[in-house]
Design a protein around this ligand. Structure first.
Ligand code: PMT
Length: 416
């Protein structure tokens, strides 16, 4: 994703509090600045024990605010909070979260947070016992109910060497959330009459199973037929669903977009394996999103050992793989299914046929050529059609954005 397309020229207040992950804020500020955002860093007294203001000044290209009573600090807490598009605190300590919940303003950062009335994004990072402490759990719950946004910590090795939930998340996750708050939320509000929050609430009450990637059909132990699916389109859905609070299960064939690993996918190789794993994992799923590109054919008799290049010609016989969506539909009449159609021509005609034949709730038609859309590309252009024959076009844009828009159109009638 080209971050600058979404954050260039935006004003972001970047708060840093005193945790060992404070140094990771540097990469985040640097990425935002490189993408053309104006970043104003505010650090607590404890934060400057972990990373120096001069580092943050160099990266952000603005003076860093640390002091409540400097002339600059006094004026800034009012003026910056009025003009900023987003206020992020990363890392946000348990103390910072507790103060915001209680409305305490006893230093520059907490004062500015209280004076700010637009989007706030907190990235908690701390010791796992502190994160799981009922006080922190309750504080986060209360702040979520007040529409404060979070990117939650990951499970991994903490500063003490112990493994637990509290680790600062991947920078890319934070940047994607920033894009959601700065670009996607206003976009969806503009097409939905300000119903983003209802949309988010509906997604958070649904369970999704997303597939992605290319299956492989082996000819011999080292050769296979496959396609160029990278998993990027599927990743877009995984990110959007989890960011909006939806329940997510992931089954993937082969992919090159390693961000899919964030979601601990169930991995498969062939189309038959994909079908079997899907059948086993449909319990309690409301929506199946089938962005994977399974092979329609497999080798009739694959070789047990590597084929030798002795003959001038090699003939292979293929047999048809089952149509997974059709098989699933037979025994899952209530399941909602979003299918995809990868077509090189007659997009709408072929897509509509697939929608009916596979008895889908909706389908995304994408033209697949060797250009900047379709397989293994960052962007996609989609025609969305549902079974009620609502048709809309999503113009060429990053797949992460396409996914939010498709989800919006899936639930458009429920959102109202
Ligand atoms: O992964 P990316 O690089 O980001 O590329 C994204 C994508 C182009 C792969 C994706 O947007 C896409 O179009 N996925 C579906 C590709 C495909 O298999 O299309 P199809 O028209 O052949 O199949 C139609 C639908 O039936 C699809 O939802 C497919 O998952 C499903 N199918 C296909 C074959 C099969 N044997 N069983 C199926 O259920």
């Amino acid at each position: 994703m080209e971050l600058s397309n979404y954050v260039k020229g935006k004003k972001i207040i970047f708060g840093i509090t005193g945790g060992i992950a404070a140094y990771k804020a540097a990469n985040c500020v640097s990425a935002l600045r490189r993408a053309g955002a104006e970043v104003y860093v505010v650090m607590t007294k404890n934060a400057i024990e972990f990373i120096t203001p001069i580092t943050m000044k160099t990266l952000s290209e603005h003076n860093v605010i640390t002091d409540m009573f400097s002339d600059e600090g006094y004026v800034t807490h009012i003026s910056l909070t009025e003009i900023a598009d987003l206020f992020i605190v990363a890392p946000a300590t348990a103390n910072c979260i507790a103060k915001l919940r209680a409305g305490i303003a006893d230093d520059m950062l907490s004062t500015m947070l209280l004076a700010y009335n637009k989007e706030i994004l907190l990235v908690p990072s701390m010791n796992d016992n502190m994160f799981n402490n009922p006080a922190t759990v309750e504080n986060i719950q209360v702040l979520s109910n007040r529409n404060i946004n979070f990117v939650f910590p990951e499970t991994g090795k903490l500063a003490t060497g112990k493994v637990g939930k509290g680790r600062f998340p991947e920078i890319d996750k934070i940047l994607l959330k920033i894009v959601e708050l700065i670009f996607i939320k206003p976009l969806i509000n503009s097409i939905s009459n300000n119903k983003f929050d209802i949309f988010k609430d509906i997604i958070s009450k649904n369970s999704f199973l997303v597939t992605a990637g290319a299956t492989r059909e082996y000819i011999d132990p080292v050769r296979y037929i496959s396609n160029g699916s990278s998993g990027k389109m599927g990743f877009g859905f995984m990110n959007a669903i989890t960011s909006l609070g939806g329940n997510l299960k992931v089954i993937t064939a082969n992919y090159t977009d390693t961000r899919i690993d964030w979601f601990s996918p169930i991995k498969v190789g062939t189309t038959l394996e994909l079908k079997d794993r899907l059948m086993e994992n449909l319990n309690n799923i409301d929506w199946l999103i089938m962005a994977a590109a399974p092979s329609d054919y497999r080798i009739k008799e694959s070789y047990d050992s590597k084929i030798k290049k002795t003959s001038e010609e090699l003939n292979l016989t293929f047999i048809k793989n089952p149509d997974i969506l059709q098989e699933i539909r037979k025994n899952n009449k209530q399941l909602n299914i979003l299918g995809f159609a990868a077509e090189t021509d007659e997009l709408e005609k072929n897509g509509k046929e697939k929608l009916e034949k596979k008895k889908l709730n909706a389908i995304c038609l994408n033209k697949v050529y060797k250009d900047e859309k379709g397989f293994n590309q960052d962007k996609n252009e989609i025609i969305f059609i549902n079974k009620e024959n609502f048709i809309t076009k999503i113009e060429l844009i990053d797949k992460e954005i396409v996914a939010y828009l498709v989800l919006y159109y899936l639930f458009k009638d429920k959102i109202g």
